[in-house]
Design a protein around this ligand. Structure first.
Ligand SMILES: [Zn+2]
Length: 572
């Protein structure tokens, strides 16, 4: 863990990973590799009578999902309340993003290095014939249009797939049908999921310094997932802007009461530009997740956050927020970065008043499903390797990069096994998860249904960081996985996807399996541009480069086959 003192009140973001370079231990900067999220990643310490968690995984905040949020949120609520009472110095550790540490290709880790390591390091888990099968799968994935065709249908024909929506239900039916058509054994496993609908969302300034008489000024925003509504006619209140937790804490008691509180934490574009998009996201997402609780705790009328993303086209980014028991629920939205800048400037000049209308509704939980499709193993059908993405999406765009792409590259794995007539020893299990965005209720249902089967889960793959070029594979579990996978990375070198990177987390939906010791994996995707579109109206089909999508399909298909057909199971 870097730069996070023991007394830290606000969970810091640590460097995401240590890159695995064929050494016994990660030899990048000193850092810990926390195990798990809510159970293991929190480091408890006592401060002023308040239990404070120091979170050590960057992925934790980067992913910002319910189990995580629940922890963050409860912590944040305590922190805010404590701070207000002068117990704990709020912002003792701000959520400043870490220094850049690109996770690209390992310098000096060429083919020769790995061959030498292989010769020194023992036998491969795959025969030359199996490696040749991997090369065939890789080649087919780079040519076959199936993944792109499926993504086009999911996004253009079905559209956004918000949890609980008719489109999400249609997508379940569609994907299940496609998997049946391939000859896979399909099961729909039930999950109760949130059913939140967006409603109207608009805001305008009604008074500000320098205002021309009789005018208002539009503010571009969107409601955060799970937000409660304003009254139908909206609220009118003074705007108060803070850049971070420190500035909130520095305000005198009562300063926030009745106001629209804006968290103006800037997305670190430079960090994203050098390939650390996930860390840049992690630096801001804490405000989206916990900001409404922090504001609600001190009497804000509503809370707005600066959008957590890098786009420059005055476009707001939605995403799930959360409330905490005992803290008033206040309407919550995200303003575009440009509007956050404007609010910052105008409020520094004098009083600014906003009229804000958000009318989302939280309907009763809906019945939905994870789509599960098994390509049965020939020798050990009871042993499964999961290849997956999440089928739900936000509603502003059409969920192409988040996470239609993850679903279709996983569908492609089954499709290519069929096309090439390949039947591995173990079962390859495709899963399209439901409701990842609003709390991973689908994953929770799967864990409940399969809780006694961890030993039969040989590996789990999830793709949920878009569809840009993959430079290799993240793995979570034993360090030995890095060496074990080396022959696979050699196959993937032809498409520039040969790195092997140790990570505490690989995907939110498979995090429960990771915690149970199931070796877990994800493609290492180029994250420089992902957060420009993520959770916005611009997450659409055209953002996916067909070649890059195929590369991702190649990575997950080759890896799924490798895990399902290896001589021995992956180390765990
Ligand atoms: Zn996602």
């Amino acid at each position: 863990m870097e730069g996070a003192p023991e007394h830290s009140c606000i969970p810091p973001i640590s460097q995401k990973n240590a890159e695995w370079k064929g050494h016994p231990h990660p030899h990048t900067r000193a850092r810990t590799r926390p195990k798990g999220i809510d159970g293991g990643a929190g480091k408890e310490s006592q401060k002023g009578g308040w239990l404070v968690y120091v979170i050590t995984s960057g992925m934790v905040f980067a992913k910002m999902k319910s189990r995580i949020v629940a922890l963050v949120v409860l912590d944040a609520a305590l922190v805010v309340l404590a701070a207000w009472m002068g117990v704990c110095p709020l912002g003792a550790q701000s959520a400043a993003p870490p220094s850049a540490d690109a996770t690209g290709r390992a310098p000096g880790q060429g083919m020769l290095d790995r061959l030498q390591a292989m010769m020194a390091g023992g036998k491969s888990a795959w025969t030359p014939e199996q490696l040749a099968v991997m090369e065939r799968l890789r080649g087919a994935a780079m040519k076959d249009p199936y993944a792109l065709d499926e993504l086009r249908h999911l996004t253009y024909n079905i559209g956004p797939r918000l949890s609980g929506s008719p489109q999400a239900a249609k997508a379940v039916e569609y994907v299940a049908g496609e998997m049946r058509a391939l000859g896979a054994e399909v099961t729909l496993e039930k999950a109760k999921v949130p059913h939140w609908v967006r409603g109207e969302e608009k805001a305008e300034l009604v008074s500000w310094p320098g205002q021309a008489a009789g005018t208002t000024q539009k503010v571009v925003l969107t409601a955060l997932g799970g937000s409660v509504a304003t009254p139908p006619g909206g609220i009118t209140a003074e705007v108060l802007v803070v850049d971070d937790w420190d500035q909130l804490h520095a305000l005198p008691p009562g300063a926030v009461t009745g106001k629209i509180l804006v968290f103006n934490h800037k997305f670190d574009k430079e960090l994203a530009a050098v390939g650390n998009g996930l860390n840049a996201y992690g630096g801001g997402v804490v405000y989206r997740g916990a900001g409404p609780i922090a504001g609600g705790a001190v009497g804000a009328a509503a809370v707005l956050v600066r959008s957590v993303g890098g786009a420059d086209y005055r476009i707001p980014h939605t995403g799930q927020t959360a409330y905490a028991p005992g803290v008033p629920k206040v309407p919550a939205g995200a303003v575009s970065a440009e509007d956050a800048d404007m609010l910052k400037v105008l409020t520094s000049q004098g009083p600014v008043t906003m009229h804000l209308t958000l009318t989302p509704e939280t309907l009763p939980d809906a019945d939905s499903f994870n789509v599960i499709a098994d390509w049965k193993g020939t020798e050990h059908p009871e042993d499964v390797v999961i290849v997956s993405g999440h089928l739900d999406s936000w509603d502003l765009g059409t969920g192409a990069i988040d996470d239609g792409a993850g679903v279709v590259v996983s569908m492609q794995a089954i499709h290519l096994l069929k096309e090439l007539g390949i039947h591995p020893k173990r079962t390859v299990r495709f899963i399209a998860w439901m409701s990842e965005e609003e709390g991973s209720q689908g994953a929770a249902a799967y864990m409940a249904e399969h809780k006694d089967e961890a030993a039969h889960h040989i590996g789990a793959i999830e793709t949920d960081l878009g569809a840009d070029h993959p430079s290799g594979i993240y793995f979570a579990g034993k360090e030995a996985l890095g060496g074990w996978l080396r022959p696979v990375s050699t196959v993937l070198e032809a498409i520039g996807a040969e790195t092997l990177t140790s990570s505490p987390e690989t995907g939110e939906d498979i995090a429960g399996l990771t915690e149970l010791g199931v070796p877990s994996f994800a493609p290492v995707q180029d994250s420089r541009f992902y957060f420009n579109y993520h959770h916005t109206a611009a997450d659409t089909f055209d953002k996916v480069d067909p070649k890059h999508l195929n590369e991702n399909a190649a990575v997950v298909t080759v890896l799924a086959y490798a895990l399902a057909d290896s001589a021995e199971q992956a180390p765990r």
